[in-house]
Design a protein around this ligand. Structure first.
Ligand SMILES: Cc1ncc(COP(=O)(O)O)c(C=O)c1O
Length: 360
């Protein structure tokens, strides 16, 4: 099997063991005479897979009993609207830490739905750093503070979750299951599966039970967290393939040592690339604050657009793909999610060293 070193920002690399299992089980599942993705989502066989995926999430992430685990569709993008629809219900505003492109989108949608305020905006610094807790502008009477714990495009990460008097909502799309979640600080945590935990099509949302009673009856059924909490995410047809595949990735994560292992792995593997940047005597440059460097999306620049273009062409020739930075910012971005093999990170470091040697 010829596998590329795939640094895509998502959807991204899945464990080869999981892909092989899916391929083997796809045509016919456990003697049922059909594929899992051909059967009813009410079938007891699917029901077991569905609840196994939920149970794995609860165990791996140490999710307390007073949170529901919701297996939804619509991506993190739909959560930009669902969060304010479900939470901004009593006139209190939601504050947003505007740390990059994704936080901006979350704020833009929330502003269409309810009262919002800006707790911090990193525009002046080009979204290259996260705010410290002291820098946040938090008025009294906020409903929540929304944070994006890892900005996938800018390559910055909250080094520690904030410990604040106000409950938080976190978009963890690009650092899901790479770090522990201090549940007492959050009302809602959400993210798409397609980076660290599975294929596209599944959005995992953790919702504190105590917020469910305050959701207005005017929220349409799919958009209400109360619907999914009551129905165990089986109120309508769930994304059955993604739930199944994610369950397998979660088992793989557990076999690797769970969240502590993923956390250590993300820190170690991103450091390999940051070391290559820092030891290049300026040939490569990281635009982001050192303390806030992402462990999953390493962004860097070379001296000119031309040099960056050649770096990418030669990387691709060496089997290293999807390294182009997001179209809005340019440069290079290496997304190093849970399932990317360490050999791929080493291959990138080797390419960086060789390229700098020839062109430096
Ligand atoms: C931090 C963050 N939030 C939200 C999104 C949007 O996610 P989706 O495509 O699942 O709607 C992304 C996608 O890359 C992201 O990285």
């Amino acid at each position: 099997m010829a596998r590329a070193h795939n640094f895509c920002a998502g959807p991204c690399t899945l464990p080869t063991e999981v892909l092989a299992e899916l391929a083997a089980e796809l045509p016919e599942f456990e003697g049922s005479g059909m594929s899992l993705i051909e059967m009813s989502h009410r079938d007891p066989v699917y029901d077991r897979i569905h609840h196994e995926t939920m149970a794995s999430l609860r165990e791996l992430c140490s999710v307390p009993d007073d949170f529901s685990i919701q297996l939804l569709q619509g991506g993190a993008t739909l959560q930009f609207a669902m969060v304010p629809m479900n939470l901004l219900t009593d006139g209190r505003p939601g504050a947003y830490a505007v740390t990059g492109s994704w936080a901006k989108k979350a704020l833009a949608d929330a502003s269409l739905i309810g009262p919002t305020s800006v707790a911090w905006d990193g525009a002046e610094g080009g979204y290259t750093a996260m705010p410290t807790a002291n820098e946040l502008d938090l008025d009294d009477g906020l409903r929540y503070l929304h944070v994006t714990s890892n900005e996938t495009i800018g390559g910055i990460r909250l080094p520690e979750f904030y410990d604040l008097p106000v409950r938080q909502v976190a978009d963890m799309s690009s650092d899901y299951l790479t770090r522990a979640i201090p549940w007492d600080r959050f009302d809602v945590v959400y993210g798409g599966a397609q980076k660290n935990i599975g294929p596209a099509g599944l959005t995992v949302v953790f919702v504190r039970d105590s917020i469910l009673d305050d959701i207005p009856a005017s929220v349409p059924s799919y958009l209400s967290y109360a619907t999914h909490a009551a129905a165990d995410s089986l109120a309508n047809t769930p994304p059955v393939f993604a739930v199944w595949a994610t369950g397998k990735v979660l088992s793989w994560i557990a076999e690797q040592g769970g969240i502590p292992a993923m956390e250590e792995r993300a820190a170690r593997r991103s450091s390999m690339v940051y070391e290559a940047i820092d030891s290049s005597e300026g040939f490569y440059r990281s635009p982001v604050a050192v303390a806030d460097r992402s462990h999953t999306n390493v962004v860097f620049r070379l001296g000119s657009d031309d040099l960056e273009a050649r770096f990418l062409v030669e990387a691709e020739a060496a089997g290293l793909v999807n390294l182009k930075g997001h179209r809005s910012v340019g440069g290079i971005r290496a997304s190093i999610y849970n399932a990317l093999p360490t050999d791929s990170v080493q291959a990138l470091v080797d390419h960086m060293t060789t390229f700098a040697g020839v062109n430096g």
